[in-house]
Design a protein around this ligand. Structure first.
Ligand code: SF4
Length: 393
């Protein structure tokens, strides 16, 4: 075991992609080994991504918080009749988008519960009242409202069929689905996904692969600290890598740490420590192919920005000047100026990016031709914002 660990660390330091066995050998690295792992990941990040870290200036549109699943860590979902149940009206969407345009947002994140129309007749009536046959039809309308304001949509609507993704691709620069975990064990009784039929890993992996066949720039990620083992974290990263190597469409992988909240089933579950998080970030950087962005949300680790950077992230994900993080409402996004200062203190620069990474914008088939003009216009605005930020530094 020790020699396997030593060999794996040696290969990590050389910049070679980690083989599956190497990655698993490093799954629980600690002490000096963890230090070496982190240094290799940071070097790999610097080699491919340079000294510029990114974020996506976004507006968060929680189109509906109705969801048929019940994940034990979730405080977002509601059933019809619950306090806080919310399906956004077109007027509410328009108001949020107007504010986002005025604040310079480049991304509209459409995020919602899974398959609400399958579970709830009351929601089907809501959709009918909005003149929509399906949730996807409504998402297309919301996305068009964003595009009309020069903001690029990115939708995360849970499990989708191939036809639904193809339809959404017409009006989305990218789509997303967190894998969360590749472990079916987490779906067993007493585990966090037991009451969440859409969290079966084989279903999520199948959708991520189908997005690749449809040539959709795709965002996915894993959760850290929901009951998975260190080895299972690595297995999830390896599963994402395998699909990406077949289709070359995974643009970013989010490493998101579980935060306990009083209203969830896992209210008393221990949160993952910083060591677990930075080890997983470092492994993500060394397992995933170098063009795949590695992201960690700064609001879930306040005060740990230096540790996130040191472990190899190149991106902080979406940060909104106009809306809260509806998934993690008790964890506000950092003030951009403060984040920029923290990034600079580590010797890096912070700049905006689009919800579609640059390397996909000119590759045949990854952007629907009807969206090309909107992507080019948003790209120009992003470049302008980056120049402005540098001049004001
Ligand atoms: S995490 Fe997502 S799928 Fe699970 S209950 Fe919450 S909204 Fe639904």
């Amino acid at each position: 075991m020790e020699s396997t660990l030593a060999c794996a660390l040696e290969r990590a330091a050389s910049g070679e992609a980690l083989a599956d066995a190497d990655a698993i050998a490093l799954a629980d690295a600690h002490g000096a080994d963890l230090g070496a792992l982190i240094r290799s990941a940071a070097a790999q990040r610097d080699f491919r991504w340079g000294r510029r870290l990114t974020f996506s200036p976004k507006v968060f549109l929680p189109v509906t918080n109705l969801c048929r699943n019940r994940c034990d860590y979730c405080s977002f979902r509601r059933s019809p009749g619950d306090a806080g149940e919310w399906t956004m009206t077109p007027d509410e969407v328009a108001a949020a988008l107007d504010g986002a345009r005025d604040a310079g947002c480049l991304e509209a994140l459409l995020c919602l519960g899974d398959k609400p129309e399958v579970a709830f007749s009351a929601y089907r009536e809501t959709l009918a009242g909005l003149g929509q046959a399906t949730t996807v039809d409504y998402l297309v309308e919301v996305a068009r409202m964003a595009i009309d304001r020069g903001i690029l949509p990115h939708t995360n609507a849970g499990l989708l069929t191939s036809d639904e993704m193809a339809h959404l691709k017409e009006v989305n620069a990218s789509l997303g689905l967190m894998l969360e975990s590749a472990s079916a064990r987490l779906c067993e009784p007493g585990m966090p996904h037991h009451r969440a039929p859409d969290k079966r890993p084989e279903k999520r992996l199948a959708m991520i692969a189908e997005a690749g066949r449809l040539r959709i720039p795709f965002t996915t990620g894993i959760l850290v600290g929901i009951g998975e083992t260190p080895r299972e974290r690595v297995e999830a990263l390896l599963a994402i890598r395998a699909i990406h190597r077949e289709h070359h469409h995974v643009q970013e992988v989010i490493v998101q740490n579980f935060r306990a909240r009083p209203e969830v089933v896992m209210a008393d579950a221990p949160e993952p420590g910083e060591i677990d998080l930075v080890r997983t970030i470092a492994l993500a950087r060394l397992v995933l192919d170098s063009p795949v962005s590695v992201q960690a949300p700064p609001n879930l680790s306040p005060g740990a920005t230096a540790a996130l950077i040191g472990a190899g992230i190149n991106d902080f994900g979406g940060i909104s000047p106009v809306t809260p993080d509806y998934i993690n409402p008790s964890h506000p996004w950092p003030h951009l100026g403060a984040l920029r200062e923290a990034v600079r203190a580590e010797g890096y620069d912070l700049g905006p990016r689009l919800c579609i990474y640059d390397r996909f914008t000119d590759v045949e088939g990854f952007v629907d031709p009807r969206l090309g003009g909107a992507v080019r216009a948003a790209s120009a605005r992003s470049t302008w914002r980056a120049l402005e930020a540098r001049e004001n530094a």
